[in-house]
Design a protein around this ligand. Structure first.
Ligand SMILES: Cc1cc2nc3c(=O)[nH]c(=O)nc-3n(C[C@H](O)[C@H](O)[C@H](O)COP(=O)(O)OP(=O)(O)OC[C@H]3O[C@@H](n4cnc5c(N)ncnc54)[C@H](O)[C@@H]3O)c2cc1C
Length: 381
């Protein structure tokens, strides 16, 4: 039986473990965190129809529907609240074959961990890999080793496996940083629609329902790389950057505890033409990190997991199966990387004329954008 070693038990690694197990392949997932609960961090994640179809295939779609929220409509507004566009998400999801949902990242991760977590070995930090006699060996920081027939690097943005394959290159900074949080749902602070984005000058604030009792928000602002808030002043910093926005935004930030707010720079990497070589490949953020502007980071990792599960389940020629997996995925992931980069950069516009053009474009192109998006999130049967 083929044995696959997956590095990283994030959303991509866990989904891969479930997909491979379902294809009759033996799999072990090595995770550097001491316990899976330590990986369950973050705020809200939107799951477009393609992600939900993948989660259904992995057998966890119903849990996600239960713990998350179905998003029926998406509105884009100016910072002061004037409506620019309204997207009919419910209809788009119906036509694409699955609802458009959102969930908190910890809830998504724990649903996958319940379905595939027993194949994870936590507290195993991989330092490097070595190819030998048709097998792949990985060296752990503890000094021990693990071996398999195939190695999948699902170890995220700063992937060790990627570094060994492609060299050490820093991620590309988009010019933006973000504060994100999930808070208990409260009608007094929640926006009047499920999913809304307010556009300002080099600033954007997004809020969405992420569960029956949860609300998530992201405040995105222009900022040089590596910016940090003084200790205990994260909430204050977010409030200051959004003070010219509608009061709804201030209420949401104000209702969030300091500890619930995460700050992360918005980065990606340029799309690659090749991911792996020999018996080694990459998956998820290790292969195609993208800005979260189009909400496809987790979705693309889930699509990777499905594709590699099929490829390794169907072919006895392991190297050919890995190259076939990569061929089926590289162009699509690159498409979303490029789109996410452009949309993130649109959020950096600060001059008044540029904002007016952007707002007009958002309003005028909305029907076309919805049609293109719907095509993007519809998967072949
Ligand atoms: C803490 C965190 C919070 C996030 N929050 C959000 C969010 O709120 N909204 C959103 O849209 N996206 C968020 N993302 C990104 C989103 O989850 C990813 O785009 C997507 O799920 C792809 O995940 P992945 O499994 O490829 O990578 P990751 O989620 O980064 O998982 C990689 C895993 O590999 C492990 N690892 C790394 N190096 C090694 C090593 N050498 N040896 C062993 N294990 C290793 C890491 O500990 C991690 O568990 C977040 C990511 C992280 C890590």
């Amino acid at each position: 039986m083929t044995r696959v070693v997956v590095v990283g038990a994030g959303i991509g690694g866990l989904a891969t473990s479930i997909a491979l197990h379902r294809s009759g392949v033996e799999v072990i997932v090595l995770e550097r965190a001491a316990a899976l609960a330590e990986v369950e961090l973050g705020a809200g994640i939107t799951l477009w129809a393609n992600a939900m179809l993948m989660l259904d295939r992995l057998g966890v779609g119903d849990t996600i529907r239960e713990r998350g929220a179905v998003l029926r409509c998406f509105e884009q507004r100016t910072a002061r609240g004037r409506l620019l566009t309204r997207w009919p998400l419910e209809e788009m999801g119906r036509r694409a074959g699955a609802p458009i949902c959102a969930i908190s990242r910890p809830d998504l991760h724990s649903a996958l961990a319940r379905a595939g977590g027993e194949r994870v070995k936590a507290g195993c930090e991989v330092e490097r890999f070595e190819l030998a006699d048709g097998s792949v060996r990985v060296a752990l920081s503890s000094g021990s080793q693990e071996a398999g027939d195939v190695l999948v690097g699902a170890d995220g943005l700063e992937s060790t496996i990627r570094r060994q394959l492609h060299g050490a290159h820093p991620p590309r900074h988009s010019g933006l940083t973000t504060w994100r949080a999930s808070v208990p749902y409260d009608e007094a602070i929640a926006p009047d629609v499920d999913f809304v984005a307010w556009w300002g000058s080099g600033t954007r604030f997004v809020a969405f329902r992420s569960g029956p009792e949860r609300l998530s928000w992201e405040g995105i602002v222009t900022s040089p790389p590596g910016g940090e808030d003084p200790p205990g002043a994260r909430k204050q910093a977010a409030l200051a950057r959004f003070e010219d926005f509608t009061e709804q935004v201030e209420r949401m930030i104000d209702a969030t505890s300091e500890e619930a707010i995460f700050r992360t720079d918005v980065v990606d990497r340029r799309p690659d033409r090749h991911w792996g070589s020999g018996r080694v490949t990459l998956l998820g953020d290790a292969a195609h990190p993208m800005t979260f502007a189009v909400g496809q980071g987790a979705a693309q990792a889930l699509e990777d997991a499905d594709a590699i599960g099929r490829a390794l389940g169907e072919s006895g020629d392991l190297e050919a199966a890995l190259r076939s997996y990569e061929r089926s995925r590289i162009a699509r992931a690159a498409h979303f990387q490029t789109l996410a980069w452009r949309l993130a950069r649109a959020g950096t516009l600060e001059s008044r004329p540029a904002q007016l053009v952007r707002n007009a474009a958002l309003a005028l192109t909305s029907p076309i954008v919805c049609r293109l998006l719907e095509k993007d999130i519809t998967l072949p049967a």
